[in-house]
Design a protein around this ligand. Structure first.
Ligand SMILES: *[C@@H]1O[C@H](CO)[C@@H](O)[C@H](O)[C@H]1NC(C)=O
Ligand SMILES: *[C@@H]1O[C@H](CO)[C@@H](O)[C@H](O)[C@H]1NC(C)=O
Length: 357
């Protein structure tokens, strides 16, 4: 009745959906994916955050002349999968500036990260999920941090992502002033240098890097089309400081996320969080971003996608001074990565060097 090749190809065709359905249960995926339930949970959170009040209700009249003018705050978003080794250093950094910042922590739910009492991190842990490199989970963790901070305090005006390996390179006052001081009115000769609108997001946005094509095709050849043509695909550090406007833009995005949430087929070229944020912001508001990051990192002799990790003998006043200096007119505010045992030598330098500007 039917020819054998027909039956064969029909059987093959029939087996495809079965393979897709059961395949993932038989062969566990190599890297963490985001379940539908988690995806819907995130969507609900982002929706709530997107309609959060942009301005605080002024409730504290101070004099007949008017009301207090509450100052904008920096939301520090800690993304971690270990204990926060440098808590005492951050404690010292934040000390005395309680009205000017908030802290939020996303600690990988698969690890037992202690919520130590008595420091700035206590009670600041948001609902977290598992995170893993080479998967979109680091993007969604950063987006949940942004959403939590947007919802929590309408005064949060800058949203700075840091990790447990990051340290501050300057005092809080210096950091605050850097973010909240508008650049001088450009003259004809400085127009090119100060081409960015204020307030500006500090996010690295690079193109033309080697391996960019491999990373673009990591989920399958041209699968990012049509939303993201290759010439719009960007790379940059996932450690950034976004304005409130851009934090909102990020949590409202559905279009690019649909592509970036796809699993990588080539996990050697899979660093979704290094592409999602720079690509999205460079597509939507390139002139609202500096295109550089404020977090210094040392890629010399990097291994397995990890930058150089500083160890105690390397920590010195000289290193701090060196790490601050950029190739441009700005100073780096943060640096990574430092091994946990750098805490003691860093604490020795805290008041003498790091917080002295
Ligand atoms: C960067 O790391 C290399 C070792 O990988 C080290 O020799 C160099 O001094 C470091 N640079 C800075 C500025 O710390
Ligand atoms: C500055 O530029 C030089 C030469 O391009 C480069 O080797 C160095 O890593 C850069 N330093 C920083 C802090 O970006």
């Amino acid at each position: 009745m039917f020819s054998t090749p027909f039956v064969l190809s029909f059987a093959l065709l029939l087996s495809l959906p079965i393979l897709f359905h059961f395949g993932p249960r038989i062969i566990p995926p190599m890297h963490l994916q985001i379940s539908l339930a988690d995806e819907l949970d995130d969507l609900a959170l982002f929706r709530r955050a997107a309609i959060a009040l942009p301005r605080p209700r002024s409730r504290r009249p101070v004099s007949r002349l008017g009301t207090t003018n509450p100052k904008p705050k920096i939301a520090f978003l800690f993304l971690t999968n270990t204990d926060l080794h440098f808590a005492p250093l951050w404690d010292r950094f934040f000390s005395g500036h309680e009205r000017l910042y908030n802290v939020y922590v996303h600690a990988d739910s698969a690890t037992q990260v202690a919520d130590h009492g008595g420091d700035v991190f206590s009670g600041r842990f948001i609902k977290a999920r598992r995170t893993e490199r080479a998967s979109p989970t680091l993007i969604s963790a950063a987006r949940r941090l942004l959403a939590a901070a947007l919802l929590d305090d309408p005064l949060n005006s800058y949203f700075a992502v840091v990790s447990q390996h990051c340290i501050p390179l300057h005092s809080f006052q210096f950091t605050y002033r850097t973010l909240f001081t508008p650049p001088p009115i450009p003259t004809e000769s400085t127009r090119k240098l100060t081409q960015f609108r204020y307030p500006t997001s500090y996010i690295e946005i690079l193109s033309g890097e080697p391996q960019l094509l491999d990373r673009y095709n990591a989920r399958g050849e041209n699968i990012m089309l049509p939303e993201i043509p290759f010439d719009r695909f960007r790379i940059g550090s996932q450690f950034f400081a976004l304005t409130r406007k851009h934090a909102l833009l990020v949590i409202k995005d559905r279009r690019l996320w649909r592509k970036f949430r796809l699993p990588c087929l080539n996990t050697d070229s899979c660093y979704p969080e290094e592409h999602y944020f720079p690509t999205l912001l460079s597509m939507q508001d390139p002139n609202g971003c500096t295109h550089y990051t404020l977090t210094r990192v040392n890629w010399t002799d990097s291994t397995g996608g990890h930058p150089h990790t500083y160890c105690p003998p390397e920590v010195s006043p000289n290193l701090i001074h060196e790490l601050r200096v950029s190739n441009s007119s700005y100073s780096y505010l943060f640096a990574r990565k430092f091994s946990p045992d750098c805490l003691d030598p860093l604490m020795d330098l805290a008041d003498k060097v790091i917080f002295r500007d």
